[in-house]
Design a protein around this ligand. Sequence first.
Ligand code: SIN
Length: 356
Amino acid sequence: MKPTSPAGSAPFSQAGAPVGLPNLLVLATGGTIAGAAAAPEILSRYQAGSLGIGAMLEAVPQLRAHARMQAEQLAQIDSKDMDFGLWEALARRVAEAMDDPALDGVLITHGTDTMEETAFFLGLAVDCRKPVVLCGAMRPATALSADGPLNLLHAVRVAADPGAAGRGPLIVMHQQAFAAAEALKFQSLSPDAFAAPLAGPVARVEDGGVRFLRPAGPARAPGPVAALRARLAGLPPGAPWPWVELVASHAGASGGAAEALLAAGVQGLVAVGTGAGTLHKALLAPLVAATGLGLPVVRASRVPLAAVERDAAEANGKLGFAAAGCLSPQKARIVLLLALRAGLKQADFQALLDVF
Ligand code: SIN
């Protein structure tokens, strides 16, 4: 299947859609949900980001019973290649939709591989007062039993539900909705690919409607998040993104990768620790040296169900690391990226991490 143009509005006829339904902005970025393989039985060798959003929406006429939609093809990528430019474009359109009285919510189609990162980024960078939903698929659109069409329908139902407002971006896959900070892609084969290991799903999509399993949080963003957004809003267009990398601790670890990154000018590091965020002594040495030079270092864990707490030394500022709490290393990196981009100081990083 020929890839569609990477950006632009996508024709989608609203003929026959009842008036009075919620109005959704649909932003398409590619992924397996738009993927095409050579034959219906092929599930793993396919081209992600092949089908245009207009065709994807037309293929599910049931969507018209739940929302009126206007679609934009922002990109056509495999989400492993997600970059800061597309994040900025998404954040801009989501923010505009929040301010547009004609729109009731936003739906983003996205590859599953970095979906949790984009959802978390949007939740930090934008005040998502209206429903913002991301959805994808584990099987290409050409597959027998493709999961994309049903995920799309469920995502529209969640995005059209006022109960989804005030929860930040939600990931809707396989009949469940997950909060951005809690969601994790935990397996790469089955349509049931996402989980929230600590908190569980926020909602289930049933034939009768969306069943929310817990109340939405407070309407106002916690202080550190509101302060971060205010500083990000003041950045000039095209402001540079800092260089932040992950370094992993494991059996037989060395400090070599961290030392090389420091020598090359990295601006922040997230240490992917073992267990509760413990670090091999060989890796610890260059990280302590890094903090001595004023470089921010966040300790996280490779364990999906972990809570990395500040240890006594850190709390006294001795090692100068921040602790990721319940955030995965890749989400802790997004906090660090945005905090550095916004010019926040090390003391403020921990307050941001503590929000989650
Ligand atoms: C991608 O992340 O774009 C490819 C994999 C997927 O969507 O499941």
